[in-house]
Design a protein around this ligand. Structure first.
Ligand code: ATP
Length: 416
């Protein structure tokens, strides 16, 4: 299983330029997380700090009890072996064929025989669906194939943590969808902790268990995907919908005068370049391809999130509950009544949602029989960014009864 990555109070600057400060988040073991953020907010810098390529001024990155920011070089070397990194451009050696590119880390860092190297390399090339292309040079294959070759190379040392820097950059929407599926399939097969940095909204909506965003040199939020996907923070709404109207400008931030000018332009009936449709809301998460094992991380994550459900904003609770089957909902309801004496918010629990899977049918055995000691949200709860709004209710018993939001993805009767 992948390992947890705990980031505590991390701050990074280059000279006088602060990139971000006081970033705290946890990548839960084996789960898939996505980090969003406008260009230049320091997402790539964050990945480099996680792997110890850049040194932050403050804070800790703790993996297996070792702080990468302060440990001796030899410990850092060992910890780095846990990582596989997919760089933005694939970072393949142009003069080597795909086989040799993928074999490179094995030949550099292990003493495996050529027979062993061949077996491992071919299995990873197979995993990313590139059998037959191993003799080609990077210049002879498409951008999407280069990404997959880069992924095969990232996998070759059996990493427990995989970092992907904009895996979709330069790919068309269809290739991006295939790559998203590949990442979920990989997670099902190897249960590695995965962090993806991207601007791609479809990837953000459909791939991760957890979702976060960097903006204005801060981590705006990080937590279960439903929190960000249902957030009303202006920066999140603007980013997910790709609007010009909002706090993000061409050079990251705008001043009030520019915001007023753009609003007047919109009020005058001009388009701001976005679609009418609101891209917020929880849509079904990708499932592993049929025939692959279910994702263990999804089961663990469900259990974890159900324990912190009452601490999440109401709209996120709706999104989470809506994805449960009736049985799962009833089971959780019973557990909650038994352990807290509180009733669940009303709403979901109809059978056969689109996210009800063979795995979800097992959840009834998996929900906790008692709350985990000191169960806390593992991540930050959203903070107001550009505008403040009343805080979401923290205790379910204080919440008004919830009405389920429309669930366009709910399965029709008769669907499998
Ligand atoms: N080694 C470096 N030395 C000085 N400044 C750097 C260095 N690396 C990155 N930066 C600066 O840090 C800032 C954040 O860069 P980064 O590449 O992390 O942004 P990003 O969010 O990944 O952007 P994009 O989405 O466009 O890829 C930029 O202003 C960049 O110029």
């Amino acid at each position: 299983m992948g390992v947890e990555v705990a980031v505590e109070g991390l701050s990074k600057s280059f000279g006088k330029q602060a990139i971000w400060r006081d970033v705290t988040l946890t990548l839960p073991s084996g789960e898939v997380s996505v980090l969003l953020g406008p260009s230049g907010t320091g997402k790539s810098v964050f990945l480099k700090c996680l792997i110890g390529l850049l040194k932050p001024e403050k804070g800790r990155v703790v993996i297996n009890g070792v702080d990468l920011c302060s440990c001796p070089e030899r410990d850092l070397y060992e910890i780095r072996k846990l990582f596989g990194v997919l760089f933005q451009d694939g970072a393949l050696f142009g003069s080597m064929n795909i086989f040799d590119n993928v074999a490179f880390p094995l030949r550099e860092h292990t003493r495996k025989s050529e027979k062993e190297v061949r077996d491992i390399v071919m299995s990873k090339i197979d995993m990313v669906g590139m059998l037959g292309a191993e003799g080609k040079l990077p210049g002879e294959i498409s951008g999407g194939m280069r990404k997959r070759a880069g992924l095969a190379r990232a996998l070759v040392l059996d990493p427990q943590i995989i970092l992907c820097d904009e895996p979709d950059s330069g790919l068309d929407p269809v290739r991006t969808a295939y790559l998203s599926q590949l990442l979920i399939d990989l997670n099902a097969q190897i249960d590695a902790t995965i962090l993806i940095v991207t601007h791609n909204i479809n990837v953000a909506r459909t791939v991760p268990d957890n979702l976060g965003m960097l903006f204005r040199k801060e981590l705006v939020m990080f937590g279960p995907r439903e929190v960000l996907l249902t957030s009303e923070e202006p920066v999140v709404e603007q980013f997910l919908n790709g609007r010009r109207i909002g706090p993000i400008g061409m050079s990251e931030e705008k001043d009030q005068a520019q915001m007023a000018q753009e609003q007047a332009h919109l009020d005058a009936g001009h388009s701001d370049g976005s679609l009418e449709e609101d891209m917020r809301g929880v849509v079904p998460q990708l499932e592993p391809t049929p025939g692959l094992p279910p994702r263990d991380a999804a089961r663990r994550r469900r259990q974890r999130v159900m324990q912190i459900l009452h601490t999440l904003p109401e709209s996120a609770q709706h999104g989470i509950l809506a994805s449960l089957s009736r049985d799962d909902y009833d089971r959780y309801q019973e557990w909650r009544r038994r352990t807290t004496g509180m009733a669940m918010p009303s709403g979901p629990g109809t059978t056969g949602t689109a996210t009800a899977t063979r795995e979800q049918t097992r959840v009834s055995q998996e929900l906790p029989t008692r709350p985990a000691a000191g169960a806390q949200p593992t991540q930050q709860i959203p903070r107001p960014v550009a505008q403040s709004r009343p805080p979401a209710p923290q205790q379910p018993q204080q919440s008004p009864p919830m009405r389920p939001r429309p669930r366009p993805w709910r399965r029709e009767e008769g669907d499998q």
